[in-house]
Design a protein around this ligand. Structure first.
Ligand SMILES: C=CC1=C(C)c2cc3[nH]c(cc4nc(cc5[nH]c(cc1n2)c(C)c5CCC(=O)O)C(CCC(=O)O)=C4C)c(C)c3C=C
Ligand SMILES: [Fe+2]
Length: 471
C-alpha cells in the first residue's frame, strides 16, 4: 500500500506571533500560498515564542479585550454537540456571534460501535492513503480491515469500561472552554465535531446564527491523518454551502508551541516526578501516537518535526525549573504492514530495561484527553512490558483533559485567532472522492474491490498486521 498525497487545497497562511518581551501581538501574513499536497498545513516559523499556526483571513477588527456578545445557547450546559440552525444569517447582523468548533477523532461509545467506528476510520483516504488508481478499493478494504481488527480492538475497549471516554471528555473540555472564554469576556458557543464517530463533523455543522467561527483541533501537533483529515472534511462542507462559504473562519492548525500548553505539560510532569523516591533518576519517556513514515518523508507531514520541537520546548521549560532529567521520545500504536515513525515505544522500553534504567515516567504527548491508547496501551500493555524488561518504578503523566491552565490557554488561542477569520475559499478544488458518482461506477468498484479484498485475505501475514494492536 503506497502512500500518496490526497487532494490538494490551497489556503492563505497566516501566523500569529507574540513578542515575548512586550507581549504585543502582531499578525504576520505569509504572502505565499501553501499547496497542501506538499505541506498540508500552515507552517509558521518554528521559534519558541510562536503561538498558534492559524489559517484564515485578516480583517483585524476585533480588539481582543472587547466584550463580544454571542447568540443563544441551545442547551443548558452551553455546549451543543447537536446544534439546530448553526452558523446562519452571519451576513445580516451587526451583532458578533462567535462559534468555536472543537475537532476531535471520536471513539466508539459501546462495543457494538467498534467495528463501524473502525470502518469510518479506515475508509478515510487520509488514514489509508491509496494511490489514486486504487481509490475505488478504499471502502471494501476498510470493511475488510475493520472486521479483522474489531475483535482485538473490542478487547481493548472492553478493558477500559466498554467504550471510549473521548466524547465525555471532549464535551467537558468544550464546557470548560466556554467558561474560560466567558471569564475573558468573550461569549461564545462551543461545538464538538468528531471525525469518525458521533457527533460527526457533519452533525455539528448545522445552522446557528454564528457570525465568526474559530476551528480548534484538539491535536497539539498537525498531522495529515488528524487535523488535516478533519479540516479537509470541513472545507468540503463549507465550500458546498452558500452560507457557510461566506462565514469568516479561522482554523488553528497546530498549537504545540504555545507557552500555556508547554507549561501545563511541564506542570504535570513535575508533579508526577514527585511520586518517585528519587525523582532526578527518572527517565522521562515521551510516547507519541505514530504515523506511517511515508506521511512525513513523502507527503510532507510536519508531525515528526512538530513533535520533536514540542518535546524540546517541554524539556527547556523543565530545565528552567531546575529539572534536568534524561528524556527520550518514541512512537506507539502502529497499525498495518508499513513502516511507522521510529523508534517504536515497545522496542525502546525493552532497550531501556536492558540498559539498566530502573525508573520511568511515561508522558503521552500527541493527544490531550485520556483515550484507549493511554488507558489500555500505555497503562496496561506498555507498563507490563516495561516491568518485564527490568524497569522497577513506573509512572504515567495523566492527559491534560480539563486542566485549568491548559483550558485557559486554549481560550487565549481562540481569542488570538478571531481577528484572522476569513471566508473559506470557494475554490472548486475537490478530492478525487468527489468524482465517485453513479450507480454503475459504484457497482463496478464494489465488485473489483471485493475481489481484491478476497485476494488480500489470502495473504495472512499482511492481514495479521492489521489484527494486532501492537505488532
Ligand atoms: C495525534 C494523534 C493520532 C494520530 C496521529 C493518529 C493516527 C493514526 N491512527 C490510526 C489508527 C487507529 N487509531 C485509533 C484510535 C485513535 N487514534 C487516536 C489518535 C491519533 N491517531 C485516538 C485519539 C484514537 C481514539 C482512541 C479512543 O479512545 O477511542 C484506532 C482504533 C483503536 C485501535 O484499534 O487501536 C486505530 C485503528 C492510523 C492508521 C493513523 C495514521 C495513519
Ligand atoms: Fe490513531
Amino acid at each position: 500500500m503506497e502512500a500518496v498525497a490526497v487532494g490538494s487545497r490551497i489556503l492563505p497562511q497566516i501566523c500569529l506571533h507574540q513578542n515575548s518581551e512586550s507581549s504585543h501581538h502582531h499578525v504576520k501574513s505569509n504572502p505565499s500560498f501553501v499547496n497542501t499536497t506538499k505541506l498540508s498545513v500552515a507552517r509558521c516559523s518554528s521559534s519558541s515564542n510562536t503561538k498558534n499556526s492559524v489559517s484564515g483571513g485578516l480583517p483585524l477588527r476585533l480588539p481582543v479585550q472587547r466584550k463580544i456578545i454571542v447568540g443563544r445557547t441551545h442547551c443548558s450546559t452551553g455546549v451543543c454537540t447537536y446544534p439546530v440552525g448553526a452558523f446562519e444569517s452571519h451576513s445580516n447582523t451587526d451583532e458578533e456571534k462567535i462559534g468555536v468548533l472543537l475537532l476531535n477523532l471520536g471513539g466508539p461509545d459501546t462495543l457494538n460501535d467498534v467495528q463501524p467506528f473502525l470502518f469510518n476510520l479506515f475508509a478515510d483516504p487520509d488514514i489509508i492513503r491509496l494511490p489514486r488508481l486504487f481509490r475505488f478499493l478504499q471502502r471494501p478494504l476498510a470493511q475488510l480491515i475493520s472486521v479483522l481488527r474489531a475483535p482485538k480492538s473490542k478487547e481493548g475497549y472492553a478493558s477500559i469500561g466498554g467504550g471510549s471516554p473521548l466524547r465525555k471528555i471532549t464535551d467537558e473540555q468544550a464546557n470548560a472552554l466556554k467558561t474560560a472564554l466567558e471569564a475573558k469576556e468573550v461569549s461564545a458557543d462551543v461545538y464538538v465535531a468528531m471525525r469518525y464517530w458521533h457527533p460527526f463533523t457533519e452533525e455539528a455543522i448545522k445552522r446557528d446564527r454564528i457570525t465568526r467561527l474559530v476551528v480548534l483541533p484538539l491535536y497539539p501537533q498537525y498531522s495529515i491523518s488528524t487535523t488535516g483529515s478533519s479540516v479537509r472534511v470541513l472545507q468540503e462542507m463549507f465550500r458546498n454551502d452558500a452560507h457557510l462559504s461566506r462565514l469568516p473562519v479561522a482554523i488553528i492548525q497546530s498549537w504545540y508551541q504555545r507557552q500555556g500548553y508547554i507549561r501545563s505539560m511541564a506542570d504535570l510532569i513535575e508533579e508526577e516526578l514527585q511520586n518517585f523516591s528519587n525523582p532526578e533518576e527518572v527517565m522521562i519517556f515521551f510516547s507519541a501516537h505514530g504515523v506511517p513514515v511515508s506521511y512525513v518523508e513523502n507527503a510532507g507531514d510536519p508531525y515528526r518535526d512538530q513533535m520533536e520541537e514540542c518535546i524540546f520546548l517541554i524539556m527547556q521549560e523543565l530545565k528552567s525549573r531546575g529539572i534536568g532529567n534524561d528524556h527520550t521520545l518514541a512512537y506507539q500504536s502502529r497499525v498495518g504492514p508499513v513502516q511507522w515513525l521510529k523508534p517504536y515505544t515497545d522496542e525502546v522500553l525493552v532497550d531501556l530495561g536492558k540498559q539498566g534504567v530502573k525508573s520511568l515516567l511515561a508522558v503521552p504527548v500527541s493527544f490531550v484527553s485520556e483515550h484507549i491508547e493511554t488507558l489500555e496501551e500505555i497503562d496496561m500493555e506498555y507498563r507490563e512490558l516495561a516491568l518485564e524488561s527490568g524497569i522497577v518504578n513506573w509512572g504515567r503523566v495523566p492527559a491534560l483533559n480539563c486542566t485549568p491552565s491548559f483550558i485557559t490557554d486554549l481560550a487565549d488561542a481562540v481569542i488570538e485567532a478571531l481577528p484572522s477569520a476569513m471566508a473559506i475559499s470557494n475554490s472548486n478544488t475537490t478530492t478525487s472522492d468527489n468524482a465517485e458518482n453513479g450507480f454503475v461506477a459504484y457497482a463496478v468498484k464494489m465488485i473489483f474491490g471485493s475481489i481484491f479484498a478476497f485476494l488480500l485475505l489470502l495473504s495472512p501475514k499482511l492481514m495479521s498486521a492489521f489484527k494486532s494492536r501492537v505488532l
